[in-house]
Design a protein around this ligand. Structure first.
Ligand code: HEC
Ligand code: HEC
Length: 411
C-alpha cells in the first residue's frame, strides 16, 4: 500500500466518531475520556496500548448509502434477512448462516446453503464499523456485500430479477419497499437497468438493517470506561486471569499489533499460514484473487448505484493494486464477541479459542509459502497457564447481542 493511501486509512480508522456535530462544540457535547491511565499492574506501555482499543462508538456514517440510517429501509432489510424465500430452494435465508442464536454466525465450519462453500460464515455483528467485507474484503461497502449472497450458487442461488420479483410479488415486502424508498419495486418484466437499481436498493435496505446489529459493552469495555473515569474499583470488572490475559494480549503475545482499534481489528489483510482443512499447501488465494473484482464490481463505491461515487471509499477502491504478497491474505477479524462464534479462521479450521491460542503459541502446521507468512508472527512459546489467561481475556470481549426487535426474526 502506498504511503498516501496508508495515511488515508489511518485517518479513517482514527478513534471513535465524535458524538458532537462538527463546528463549535455544543454545550452538552459528550467528551470521551482519554482512556485508562497507567497505575498498579497497568504499566505505561500497556495503558498506551489499551487506549487504542476503546469501546465502540456510534456506527460511522456511510455516504455511499443514502438510506443507511432510514428506519423504514432497516425494516425492509430486517424482513429480507430472515426470509427463506429468497433462495432457489426456498430454504436458505441470510439468517441460515448468520444465526442470531449463534452470535449471527454459523457453528458449521464451512458455509452450507444451496451448495457447500469453502469458507466459514463470519459473524454479522458490528459490521457497519468496517471498511472491507468478507474474509478477503471483496466488497467495499456493506450494501454491495449484501447483494452478493443472493446470486452466489452455493449460498442462495437466486438471480437478481427473481429477488426483485419476490419483493414486488409479496404485499408486505412491497409495502415495506414503498415506505422505504417512496416508489414501488419494478414489475417482473422490467428492463435490466431497473432491476439492477432495485437490487442495489435491496442491498441498501439490508445494510440499513445490519447497522442495527451491534454488540453492547463487554466486561473489557466496562473496565476501560471505569478506569478512564478514575474509578479505583474498575479492576473488579475483570478476573485475575483476564487481567493477566490483557497484559499478554497487549504485551509479549503481540496480539494488539493486528487486533487493534475499537473493533480489535486493523481492518487490514494478513497471511497467518493457517493450515488448510485437508492438509497440504493452501489453495485459497484470499485478498489476491479479489482486487480486480472490487474495481470492476458495478455495485462498488465508485459505481452508478453508489450515493458517493467520488467519495473516500471510491478513491481507495480505485487505487487498489494487486501485488503477489496479497496471496493467501485474509482480513483480521474483529475479536468482539468472538467467544460466541466457534469455529474459527477463514475455513473454520480451529474448533475452539484454546486451539487458536495454541496455534499462535506453537505455529504448528503453519504453511510458509516461501517465507511469505507475516514476519511479525513468531512462535510465542506460551505456557499452558499463559494460554488459559489469553483465552480468559478473549472471553471478556463478549457484550450483549442486539435484542428485540432487530436481533430477532420480524414479528
Ligand atoms: C450459505 C451461507 C450464507 C448465506 C445464506 C449468507 N451468507 Fe453472509 N457470509 C457467508 C460466508 C461464508 C461469508 C464469508 C465469505 C467469504 O469470505 O468468502 C459471509 C460474509 C458475510 C458478511 C461479511 C461480514 C464481515 O465481517 O465482513 C456479511 C455482512 C454477510 N455475509 C451478510 C449476508 C447477508 C445480508 C446475506 C443474505 C442476503 C447473507 N450474508 C447470506 C455465508 C452466508
Ligand atoms: C499479523 C497479524 C495478527 C496477529 C499478530 C494476530 N492476529 Fe489473530 N488474526 C489475524 C488474521 C489475519 C486472522 C484471520 C486468519 C485466517 O482466517 O486465515 C486472525 C484470526 C484470529 C482469531 C479467529 C477469529 C475468528 O472469528 O475466526 C482469533 C481468536 C485471533 N486471531 C486471536 C489472536 C490472538 C489471541 C493473537 C495474539 C496471540 C493474535 N490473534 C495475533 C491477524 C493477526
Amino acid at each position: 500500500m502506498t504511503g498516501v493511501l496508508l495515511a488515508v486509512c489511518l485517518l479513517l480508522q482514527a478513534a471513535p466518531v465524535p458524538t458532537a456535530p462538527a463546528g463549535p462544540a455544543a454545550p452538552d457535547a459528550v467528551v470521551r475520556p482519554a482512556g485508562p491511565a497507567a497505575g498498579g499492574w497497568l504499566t505505561e506501555q500497556l495503558a498506551a496500548r489499551v487506549r487504542r482499543n476503546p469501546p465502540l462508538g456510534p456506527v460511522p456514517a456511510d455516504p455511499t448509502n443514502r438510506w443507511a440510517d432510514s428506519e423504514a429501509a432497516a425494516q425492509l432489510g430486517h424482513r429480507i434477512f430472515f426470509d427463506e424465500r429468497f433462495s432457489a430452494s426456498g430454504r436458505v435465508a441470510c439468517s441460515s448462516c448468520h444465526d442470531p442464536a449463534h452470535g449471527f454466525s454459523d457453528p458449521r465450519p464451512l458455509a452450507k446453503g444451496e451448495g457447500s462453500g469453502t469458507r466459514h460464515s463470519m459473524r454479522v455483528l458490528n459490521v457497519a464499523h468496517q471498511r472491507w467485507f468478507t474474509w478477503d474484503g471483496r466488497a467495499d461497502t456493506l450494501w454491495s456485500q449484501a447483494v452478493q449472497p443472493f446470486e452466489t450458487p452455493h449460498e442462495m442461488n437466486l438471480p437478481r430479477a427473481k429477488v426483485v420479483a419476490r419483493v414486488a410479488g409479496d404485499s408486505v415486502l412491497r409495502d415495506a419497499y414503498l415506505r422505504a424508498f417512496g416508489q414501488a419495486p419494478p414489475a417482473a418484466d422490467a428492463a435490466p437497468a431497473a432491476v439492477d437499481a432495485a437490487f442495489a436498493q435491496i442491498g441498501k435496505a439490508l445494510a440499513a438493517y445490519e447497522r442495527k446489529l451491534v454488540s453492547g459493552p463487554s466486561a473489557y469495555d466496562r473496565w476501560w470506561t471505569r478506569r478512564a473515569a478514575g474509578d479505583p474499583k474498575a479492576d473488579q470488572e475483570l478476573t485475575d486471569a483476564q487481567r493477566r490475559g490483557l497484559a499478554l494480549f497487549f504485551g509479549k503475545a503481540n496480539c494488539f499489533q493486528c487486533h487493534h482499534g475499537a473493533l480489535f481489528s486493523d481492518g487490514e489483510f494478513h497471511m497467518l499460514g493457517v493450515p488448510p482443512r485437508d492438509g497440504g499447501q493452501p489453495t485459497d488465494a484470499g485478498r489476491y484473487a479479489v482486487i480486480e473484482r472490487i474495481r470492476s464490481d458495478p455495485f462498488n463505491a465508485a459505481g452508478p448505484h453508489s450515493d458517493d461515487p467520488d467519495g473516500v471509499q471510491a478513491h481507495i477502491s480505485a487505487s487498489l493494486v494487486r501485488t503477489p504478497d496479497q496471496w493467501g491474505e485474509f482480513r483480521t477479524p474483529s475479536l468482539r464477541n468472538v467467544a460466541q462464534t466457534p469455529p474459527y479462521m477463514h475455513a473454520g479450521q480451529m474448533a475452539t479459542l484454546p486451539d487458536v491460542v495454541r496455534f499462535y503459541s506453537t505455529l504448528e502446521g503453519a504453511t510458509s509459502l516461501d517465507h511469505h507468512r507475516e514476519s511479525v508472527l513468531t512462535k510465542l512459546g506460551l505456557s499452558a497457564s499463559d494460554q488459559a489467561d489469553l483465552v480468559a481475556f478473549l472471553e471478556a470481549l463478549t457484550g450483549p447481542l442486539p435484542g428485540a426487535p432487530w436481533g430477532r426474526p420480524p414479528g
